[in-house]
Design a protein around this ligand. Structure first.
Ligand code: ATP
Ligand code: MG
Length: 389
């Protein structure tokens, strides 16, 4: 039985484990705390700090997995090159995981080497540098640590007086020892999408899921929907960019490639992650013949994917904890969703609720011909009827 070492055991990991278990694979789920969502469905669990390279090496040596599958960014990713050398299959590749966890590496590749359109940007390491860079890209601008995810340390700066606060916030939100940030031009996009892109082994073609539209707040997704109603030109441009950047990084698996769409200007590449994407949880609503986790698994296992078929339209809303402090979660009102014929939900089973922590997702789905708009309204209204915390 092939063995998977899953690095990160959140809600995305949990669905990947479920897909893997359905195919008879053996999974060791890792995270920094016990009882994490993916651990609840895996064969074994390891609790350790994945930023600790030696600990990561020890765990890999103990389990000798066939596949090492990162689910999050906060991993000592340099170590993955060693594991790859030792014959473990890092998904999608050690190179891809290392590039995508650092905004500078991926931006240089996308904007300079591949010539993709991105927001105008500068890198800074000092406060003086930040002031200079902001005056060059103009206000408003977005300040982000080079290494961070889920919007941590990220802020929109409207005027020079706000720069100091943005600097402190980015310093605090920066992961690891790298104290550098990127300052980006603020793009007034009409909409943003994740293009779930599947790269395959053995010369098989790259596949694209129908675009997932989403709405973010405080760096975290609040709703997503599929298929996002976008123009054919935008879609083709995004697909071309996604194909280029995933090919340059290498390896087989699913990627969440994020774009901003600006009418009259075109598509801006924002960033990408070499794994299932949180906005792609909408595929759990049965929008496609294979959800994003099944696609990821098939792609890195080298199994055939006969095609991605869109079966229905879907919308998804994040269920956030509403408690004022950390506590064991209680769930109220889930019957309001379960009682609706075209709705469903997933609860992640996180052992602890914290203010605004994502604890589950709600879905609504319907015929493709009716589009996503009514579903977005419906799922948001249903999500309001659930209280967690
Ligand atoms: N230059 C920009 N102009 C306008 N909006 C932006 C810009 N950069 C980021 N945003 C907004 O902030 C969101 C999060 O940004 P980004 O994806 O870079 O951060 P992240 O921390 O990597 O988030 P995640 O890990 O959740 O994808 C974007 O989806 C977008 O809504
Ligand atoms: Mg993002």
């Amino acid at each position: 039985m092939k063995k998977i070492l899953l690095l990160g055991s959140g809600e995305l990991g949990k669905e990947l484990v479920i897909a893997a278990k359905r195919m008879g694979l053996y999974v060791v789920a890792c995270d920094s705390y016990a009882g994490a969502p993916a651990m609840q469905v895996a064969d074994e669990a390891e609790v350790f700090n994945m930023l600790d390279g030696e600990a990561l090496e020890r765990v890999a040596a103990r389990h000798r997995p066939d596949y090492v599958v990162p689910e999050i960014e906060a991993i000592r990713t340099e170590k993955l090159y060693d594991l790859e050398q030792q014959g473990m299959h890092v998904v999608p590749s050690a190179r891809a995981v290392n590039y995508t966890m650092n905004r500078k590496a991926i931006r240089e590749l996308a904007a300079r080497e591949l010539g993709l359109r991105t927001a105008n940007y500068r890198y800074v390491t000092t406060f003086e540098g930040l002031k200079q860079a902001a005056s060059e890209v103009g206000f408003p601008c977005v300040v982000k640590p080079l290494m961070s995810s889920s919007g941590k340390g990220q802020s929109v700066v409207r005027e020079a007086a706000e720069l100091e606060k943005a600097w402190d916030y980015a310093m605090r939100g920066s992961r690891g020892d790298l104290k550098e940030m990127i300052v980006e031009e603020f793009i007034r996009f009409d909409s943003e999408i994740t293009l779930l892109t599947v790269t395959q082994e053995g010369g098989r073609p790259t596949l694209f899921c129908p675009p997932v539209g989403h709405v973010q707040k405080s760096g975290d997704f609040r709703e997503s929907f599929q298929p996002a109603p976008i123009g054919e030109d935008f879609l083709r441009e995004a697909q071309m960019m996604a194909e280029k950047v995933t090919r340059a990084l290498g390896g087989a698996g699913i990627w969440g490639v994020e774009f901003f769409l600006v009418s009259g200007k075109g598509v801006y590449f924002s960033e990408l992650s070499p794994r299932p994407h949180d906005t792609g949880m909408v595929t759990l609503a049965g929008t496609q013949n294979l959800n994003e986790f099944e696609l990821h698994l098939r792609a890195f296992m080298g199994w055939p994917i006969p095609g991605i078929r869109q079966d229905r339209a879907g919308a998804c809303a994040a269920l956030l904890a509403s408690c004022a402090e950390e506590k064991v979660p209680e769930y109220r009102g889930i019957e309001n969703i379960l009682g609706v014929a075209n709705a469903d939900l997933r609860l992640f089973g996180k052992p602890v609720a914290r203010p605004n922590r994502r604890m589950g997702v709600a879905f609504c789905y319907g015929p493709l011909a009716d589009g996503v708009e009514p579903l977005r309204e419906e799922v948001k209204a249903l999500a309001e009827k659930v209280e967690i915390g």
